[in-house]
Design a protein around this ligand. Sequence first.
Ligand SMILES: Cc1ncc(COP(=O)(O)O)c(C=O)c1O
Length: 281
Amino acid sequence: MLENKTVFLNGQYLPLNEANISVLDRGFLFGDGIYEVIPSYLGQLFHFKAHFERLEASLQVIRLANPYSYDEWLALLMPLVDATKNEYIYLQITRGVVPKRDHAFPETSVPTVFAMCSPIVVFQGRETGIKAVTMDDSRWQLCHAKTINLLANILHRQAALDAGTAEAILVKDGIVTEGAASNVFIVTEGVLITPPKSNAILPGITRDVIVNLAHEKQLACREEFFTLAQLQAAEEIWVTSSTREIVPVIELDGVCVGKGCPGAVWVQMDAIFQAYKQSLQ
Ligand SMILES: Cc1ncc(COP(=O)(O)O)c(C=O)c1O
């Protein structure tokens, strides 16, 4: 049965089972839209400004005006959040409903705006570590935009699950990009390394927080490309995202990473990250 929580759709708060959109919505017809995922810890939105800026950047890539200002977004989202829970907001904006199916942008359209809040379920492998598999990155050249075109990511994640692992780590022309739904870090000779921002990866908010915390705590951290061979030789591998936080990878393509358990740098960074989250409450 559909949980009947309150959601936001096109200016209205209404029960989820009454939130309907047209089959002529360009999000449905073409995947013509973008989304964001914003954690809310006990009612405090985590790095909302960074999420808002990424939302604007994604909208710019697809040439759609932001329907709301920063303050309007905050006012719109806060009623969805429960101050006693850890949750995440999912929000989606599409180019709206059109009179007919045509690839070209409509001359006029009203964007469809949807937002809902769901509980953050602590990810099982967060403390014990996960298995991952590498695969060729089949995605396009707009990975820096958080678009709702997730079919390639879905197929990668499902292939990882089918292989008995929890995440796919993607490799383009021998260079590691990111996970199917996460950014990637390695630890090599004690140095934390993550790929620099480019159109080959989503600029993850968790990634940025980790890089900033590492600099603040004077942990060696570099943003640079690394190869599949460097990934395979890494002392530690982590995948990061808003809802899973920092997850150690303890097995890659059936081979142990480091000692086959979460590494010392992960233990340190996870503690720093958790303390940082607490400090924002
Ligand atoms: C492809 C991809 N990369 C990276 C991330 C991590 O981004 P964030 O830390 O903002 O959740 C995600 C999150 O879902 C993602 O889908």
